[in-house]
Design a protein around this ligand. Structure first.
Ligand code: CAO
Length: 425
C-alpha cells in the first residue's frame, strides 16, 4: 500500500526531542527522512540517559524511527557543499538549533530560497520574535513560559510541570501540521515558505482554556474550581486547580481499593450532568436526584467537596478497573489512572499499534510508542532508528549520485567522519 507522504524528502537537521518528534511523524506517513548528524557524536540524545553502555539510548531510538542517518560536518567545506547538494534534492529542511545556529552554518533563508525555491524551511525555537528570541529553551522552560506551570499543581503548592512533553513533542506536532500545510500550498504556488513554531506558543495553544479562564475571572469567580466551593477568594490570575476538570463538567481523581499500597489505585471521575441520576443511584444517594441543593449542575457547584467525598466512599470499595466497568455501564465518563507499567503491558494498545515492539541491532527488542495518528490508506510500520551515519554511503550514492571516486574523496576530507555500516544486517 502506498504511503501518504511518499515522494516527499525531508532533510532532518533536528536534535533532542521537539524537532525529531516532528520528523518521525513525517517518516511514519511515508516521507524519506534523512537525518543529518555531526560525525562522531550525532544527536546528543544518543548518549543521554543511556541504560545500556555504548548503545543508543531509548531517548534517541524512541524519537527517530523510520529515518536514515548521514553524518556530515556542516562546518567542513566539503561537508557544507554536500549539505547544499542535499538541500537541492529535498522538499523540506527541518531544524531546531539554537537561534542563529543555522545562519552561522551559512544556511540563511535567502540562500536556501535561491538554491531551492520550492524548499520549505521548518524551525522550532523557544520563543517567537521579541525580547526572548535568542534564548535557548528546553521542555520545562516552555511549560513555564507557556502558562502550563502556573496553572498546574495545587493552589497552595509551587507551580508544577507535567509529565506530558507538551513543549517538545507538542511543538513537534504543531510543526508537522505546518509542514504538511505548506506542502499543500506548494501544490498551488510551487513556492516554499518558512514554517516557524515557538515552543512558548505551542504550550500556550495547549493551555487555551486557561486563557479562557483568565478572562472569565474578570467577570466573577470560576465556579467549577474547588476553591469556589471552599470559599477561598480568587486572585488576579488563574489559580492552580489541582485535579479539577478543565471543562464545565466537574471531575476529580478519587481513591480506589488498594490506594494505601498502590500509588496509582485511583480513578478520574466526572460528574457529567446527563448521568447525575445514575451517579446518585450507584453511590447510594438517590435523594440527591430531587434535592434542590444537588439536583442541578449549578446547585452542586458549592458542594463539590462533599459530593466527591461521597463518591470516593464508593470508589474506595472497588478496584479502578472494576469501578470503570460498573460506571461505564451507565455511561459515566471515568478513567483509571494507568501506570506506565500497565500501559506497556496493555494488550489493547499493542493490538492497535499504539505500543510497538521494535528490534534493534545493538539494543535488542524495545518498546516504543507507535504513530498515534492512524490513516486508513497509509498504515504505519514502525522501523528502528538508524545507527549513527548508518546510511551515509547509501545517501551519497542514491540521493546525490556520488561515484566510488567521489565517495573516497569525501571520506578523505573529514566531511562525514567515516562511513558506518552495520554488520548484523
Ligand atoms: N555539523 C557542524 N556543526 C553542527 C552540526 C553538524 N552536523 N550539528 C550541530 N552543529 C552545531 C551547530 O551549528 C551549533 O554551533 P554554533 O552554535 O557554534 O554555531 C552547535 O552544534 C550547537 O547547536 P545548539 O546551540 O542548537 O545546541 P545546544 O546543545 O547548545 O542547545 C537547545 C540545545 C535544544 C537548547 C537549542 O538547540 C535550542 O534552543 N533549540 C531550539 C529550541 C528547541 O528545539 N528546544 C527543544 C529541545 S528538546 O528539549
Amino acid at each position: 500500500m502506498s504511503k501518504a507522504l511518499e515522494g516527499v524528502r525531508i532533510l532532518d537537521f533536528t536534535h533532542v526531542q521537539s524537532g525529531p518528534t516532528c520528523t518521525q511523524l513525517l517518516a511514519w506517513f511515508g516521507a524519506d527522512v534523512i537525518k543529518v548528524e555531526r560525525p562522531g557524536a550525532g544527536d546528543a540524545t544518543r548518549q543521554q540517559l543511556q541504560d545500556l553502555p555504548g548503545v543508543d539510548s531509548l531517548y534517541f531510538t524512541m524519537l527517530n524511527h523510520n529515518k536514515r542517518s548521514i553524518t556530515l560536518d556542516a562546518k567542513n567545506p566539503k561537508g557544507n557543499a554536500i549539505l547544499w547538494r542535499l538541500i537541492a534534492e529535498c522538499d523540506v529542511l527541518v531544524e531546531n538549533f539554537a537561534p542563529g545556529a543555522l545562519d552561522r552554518m551559512g544556511l540563511t533563508w535567502e540562500k536556501l530560497q535561491a538554491a531551492n525555491p520550492g524548499l520549505i524551511l521548518a524551525s522550532v525555537k523557544g520563543f517567537g520574535p521579541g525580547r526572548y528570541q535568542d534564548c535557548k529553551v528546553y521542555e520545562n522552560v516552555a511549560q513555564c513560559v507557556g502558562g502550563a506551570a502556573s496553572t498546574t499543581g495545587w493552589r497552595d503548592g509551587v507551580p508544577m510541570v507535567s509529565g506530558a512533553q507538551i513543549g517538545d513533542s507538542g511543538t513537534g506536532l504543531h510543526l508537522a501540521l505546518g509542514i504538511v500545510t505548506a506542502l499543500y500550498q506548494r501544490t498551488q504556488t510551487g513556492q516554499g515558505q518558512r514554517v516557524d513554531c515557538a515552543m512558548q506558543d505551542g504550550v500556550l495553544n495547549l493551555c487555551r482554556v486557561k486563557l479562557r479562564d483568565q478572562q472569565r475571572l474578570g467577570h466573577g469567580p470560576l465556579m467549577e474550581y474547588s476553591q469556589y466551593g471552599e470559599g477561598v477568594p480568587f486572585g488576579e490570575a488563574v489559580p492552580r486547580a489541582g485535579n479539577d476538570s478543565g471543562g464545565g463538567q466537574p471531575g476529580r481523581i478519587l481513591k480506589c481499593k488498594g490506594w494505601e499500597q498502590d500509588p496509582n489505585a485511583y480513578i478520574y471521575f466526572i460528574t457529567q450532568g446527563a448521568v447525575w441520576g445514575s451517579i446518585c443511584d450507584i453511590i447510594g444517594e438517590p435523594g440527591w436526584k430531587d434535592d434542590p441543593a444537588y439536583a442541578t449542575p449549578k446547585a452542586r457547584l458549592p458542594h463539590l467537596n462533599e459530593i466527591f467525598t461521597r463518591i470516593e466512599a464508593w470508589t474506595m470499595k472497588h478496584d479502578k478497573f472494576e469501578a470503570m466497568d460498573i460506571l461505564n455501564a451507565y455511561e459515566i465518563p471515568c478513567g483509571p489512572i494507568l501506570s506506565m507499567k500497565e500501559i506497556a503491558e496493555d494488550p489493547m494498545l499493542r493490538a492497535n499499534g499504539t505500543v510497538v515492539e521494535v528490534e534493534h541491532p545493538t539494543r535488542g527488542a524495545y518498546l516504543t510508542v507507535g504513530n498515534p495518528i492512524k490513516l486508513s490508506a497509509s498504515p504505519t510500520e514502525v522501523t528502528r532508528a538508524p545507527l549513527l551515519g548508518e546510511h551515509t554511503d547509501e545517501i551519497l550514492r542514491e540521493v546525490l549520485g556520488c561515484t566510488d571516486a567521489e565517495i573516497g574523496d569525501i571520506l578523505g576530507s573529514g566531511a562525514v567522519g567515516g562511513v558506518h555500516r552495520i554488520a548484523a544486517e
